[in-house]
Design a protein around this ligand. Structure first.
Ligand code: GLG
Length: 795
């Protein structure tokens, strides 16, 4: 395609859509016309890919996830289609600014954080390595709330992301299915002696799929993300209240990835996309096969975290009740089809449902769960003893435990980083690990360098091309070749200059958004992730206060800008208190002329994928400071290293593997190890108050929370101080403080020698390739799904 061709098609589409010439349209209309133009460039490949899968009957993966955070798709589609440069040149020729047009697209906030972003990255990667993989989830009408700060407090506004039409989705009315809730189950004997379950008086909801293309990077493969919307069943009488109840199912994303206790609507959501997804898989499968026993040869269903764990029950239901399989056969098929990823050790995130709630909403599924439970106990009690079996069974203490159900109903179970996968076996899943050791495996998370480096940091990408050619764009492992240039001063200087330009852009954004001036020459110290006690943004704040006191004391420090991005779940009071604290400390520091040439704090509101694209390329320091043993993997650690930030970290999650890859001296490591934390917890040997009493600096900082030195945090300061002193500091902030400050100071020292710093930054970039999600999904394919990457035949 030439620029001229593109311009002609773009102008035609604009005219057809809006009956006006391009220059007269609003940027949003221009964006829409551009999206329509781009759609035409992949439409053929999308149809061809589906057709190819049907004809070859290769095995397909269905990735079930209650969250997908794809980010804006325009630039990514252009990049993956290989026409980004051509299109941008065309836009400029027309006098349009590509950045302005890209910004018109709503960023679909259909997820909370790492979990949802990982799911989206996997889809991008599957298409990009030519793997037959689809997403299955929910088309939320409102995404994760938009965050504003009012007087330093988080305020949540609805995210009406569909106000302008989503240009990529296609409504597939002809693929709608009916999802049934409630009712009474009748068991009728079949002639062959088995029982048939029929559920009467169900509450029926129409599930309508919206398909979004997942365009592969230069592969011609276009896979599908299928998101389901709830509607009333046509032709049935509905009053307004009923209608509202149905629409509610897919109205909002739960803004809390760690606490979904007892929420019936959440349970409805889960069954909604699980049932719709499985029904549509089976219907499609039956177009080509008559024997459901061979399902696992053609279909792999992945349970992403526990939310879709009832997929085990729903597939069993269909095989037993609709396909008339025997229990044993249905169970064999189900276990071979399912696999499950655990994403957290946090107890509150291991979903369980009160039996009565589950049974009321999904009576037939509950019967099946009971039968799974009965057989599980019967099969393993003798060998492993009552205690182990009771600890591991799906039903106990009036609860249905979804993680256990997922393990029992899957042939493979994985954690998301080496440490996490080990800890799973020792803690939350330890009893099931005894019974099914062969099922447990690790698949360390990954990221898409396409978005985080190629799109978000084009200057760095171009520099890399200059040295090692463009092959890394296809195969990020090639980045290791950059090591050869660690003594190439000109290159190191160029790297730092590119970083500097990115920092200037972020400084401009901070100026625009917060009215705060920051110097791009300062160290940009970044922590971007959900606000959670275990992630310890509080430790970062304590580090800032340490520097504040030192500067007030006349000490010399290289200038630093602390950049935060974090949303707190609206019901998570402690997290919101920390948000208020960060903003209050920002006010204190930024307004104090005695320190503010050396120390600034910028808390940018509404962190999400798009803001991440602006912050990440500008980071010098990546804060990955969770209490060891609590962060399953982390993925911002990988994104930040890929654009050359140095990691300040505990030995937690994937930090450990990052250090192993980049080299010991490339990371500023501090703090207790997971083992030490576990021992301290087991032996109750940690006493936060003693530390507070013995360490004068800590004492001073903890006191600042309540003595009025930080204005505006009377109640929040008290709450946080109580957590530290009265509740014995559950996340060991005080314990790790001293070594945190020491590690952070080592980075100050290194920054004094720009070339030494640049060398470490380069080592990080060079080692980042192994954390490409392309490799992660290829491993899932080999080890879990038995689906290999393959390109559709070019015809
Ligand atoms: C989880 C974990 C993260 C992990 C992510 C993706 O907390 O450590 O990187 O999943 O596996 N709830 C999450 O975001």
């Amino acid at each position: 395609m030439t620029t001229a061709q593109f311009i002609r098609e773009f102008e035609d589409n604009a005219l057809a859509l809006f009956a006006d010439d391009l220059p007269k349209l609003s940027p949003q209309q221009q964006y829409q016309a551009l999206a329509v133009t781009v759609k035409r460039y992949y439409a053929h490949d999308w149809a061809k890919t589906k057709d190819h899968y049907d004809r070859t009957q290769q095995k397909q993966v269905y990735y079930f996830s209650i969250e997908f955070l794809p980010g804006r798709l325009l630039a990514s589609n252009l990049l993956n289609l290989g026409i980004k440069d051509t299109v941008e040149a065309g836009l400029r020729k027309l006098g349009l600014d590509p950045a302005v047009i890209y910004a018109q697209e709503a960023d679909p906030g259909l997820g909370n954080g790492g979990l949802g972003r990982l799911a989206a990255a996997f889809l991008d990667s599957m298409a990009s390595i030519g793997m037959a993989g689809n997403g299955n989830g929910i088309r939320y009408q409102y995404g994760l709330f938009q965050q504003r700060f009012v007087d330093g407090y988080q305020v949540e506004l609805p995210d009406d992301w569909l106000r302008d039409p989503d240009m990529w989705e296609t409504r597939k009315e002809n693929r709608a299915v009916i999802v049934k809730y409630g009712g009474q189950v009748e068991l009728r004997p079949r002639p062959n002696g088995t029982l048939q379950a029929i559920t009467h008086n169900t509450d029926d909801v129409l599930a309508v799929p919206y398909d979004t293309p997942m365009v592969g990077y230069h592969t011609g493969v276009v896979n599908t993300l299928r998101l389901w919307a709830a509607e009333t069943v046509p032709g049935r009488v509905h009053n307004l209240a009923e209608k509202a109840r149905v629409n509610q199912i897919t109205q909002i994303l739960y803004p809390d990835d760690s606490d979904s206790a007892g929420r019936e609507l959440r349970l409805r959501q889960e069954y909604f996309f699980v049932s719709a997804g499985i029904q549509s898989i089976i219907t499609h499968f039956k177009r080509f096969h008559s024997d459901l026993a061979v399902l696992p040869h053609f279909v792999a269903i992945h349970i992403n975290d526990t939310h879709p764990a009832m997929a085990v029950l729903e597939l069993m239901r269909i095989l037993l009740d609709e396909e008339e399989m025997s229990w044993d056969q249905a169970w064999t098929v189900t276990v071979k089809t399912m696999s499950y990823t655990n994403h957290t050790l946090m107890a509150e995130a291991l979903e369980s449902w009160p039996q009565a709630v589950f049974q009321g909403l999904l009576p037939r599924l509950f019967q099946i769960a009971q039968e799974i439970d009965r057989r599980f106990r019967l099969t393993y009690a003798r060998r492993y003893g009552e205690l182990v079996v009771n600890n591991a069974a799906p039903l106990a203490d009036g609860q249905l435990r979804m993680a256990f159900l997922a393990v029992i109903g899957s042939h493979q179970v994985n954690g998301v980083a080496k440490l996490h996968s080990e800890l799973l076996k020792q803690s939350v899943l330890k009893d099931l690990y005894q019974i099914f050791p062969e099922r447990f495996t690790n698949e360390t998370n990954g990221i898409t360098q396409r978005r985080w480096v190629q799109i978000a940091d084009p200057a760095l990408a171009a520099l890399i091309d200059c040295k090692i050619g463009p092959a890394w764009r296809r195969n990020p492992l090639q980045l290791t070749q950059l090591r050869r240039f660690e003594t190439d001063e000109d290159f190191l200087k160029a790297l730092m200059a590119a970083k500097q330009a990115n920092k200037q852009r972020l400084a401009d954004l901070i100026q625009r958004q917060l009215g705060l001036t920051v110097a791009p020459a300062a160290l940009f110290d970044v922590q971007i992730k959900r606000l959670h006690a275990y992630k310890r943004q509080l430790l970062h704040v304590f580090g800032i206060l340490e520097a504040y006191l030192a500067l007030k004391n006349g000490e010399e420090r290289p200038p630093r800008v602390h950049v935060f991005g974090a949303k707190a779940a609206p019901s998570y009071q402690y997290a919101k208190a920390v948000i208020k604290l960060i903003n209050a400390v920002a006010d204190l520091v930024n307004r104090d002329p005695a320190v503010n040439a050396k120390l600034r704090v910028a808390f940018l509101p509404n962190y999400g994928v798009s803001l991440g694209e602006q912050i990440i390329p500008a980071a010098d320091i990546s804060e990955q400071i969770s209490l060891a043993g609590t962060e399953a993997s982390g993925t911002s650690n990988m994104k930040l290293m890929a654009t050359g930030a140095l990691t300040l970290a505990t030995l937690d999650g994937a930090n450990i593997e990052i250090r192993d890859a980049a080299g010991k001296d490339t990371m500023a490591v501090f703090g207790l190890t997971a083992q030490q934390v576990e021992a301290a917890q087991r032996e109750h040997s940690y006493h936060a108050r003693t530390l507070y009493e013995q360490d004068p600096l800590l004492h001073r900082i903890v006191d600042m929370l309540t003595d009025g030195s930080i204005p505006g945090i009377a109640s929040e300061g008290r709450e946080i101080q109580d957590e530290l002193l009265e509740y014995n500091d559950n996340y060991f902030v005080l314990a790790d403080f001293e070594s945190y400050v020491a590690a952070s100071r080592r980075l100050d020292v290194l920054y004094q020698t720009p070339l030494a710093w640049a060398k470490v930054a380069l080592a990080n970039i060079a080692a980042s390739g192994q954390f490409a999600a392309d490799f992660t999904v290829a491993r899932y394919g080999r080890e879990i799904w038995q689906v290999l990457p393959s390109q559709p035949a070019d015809e």
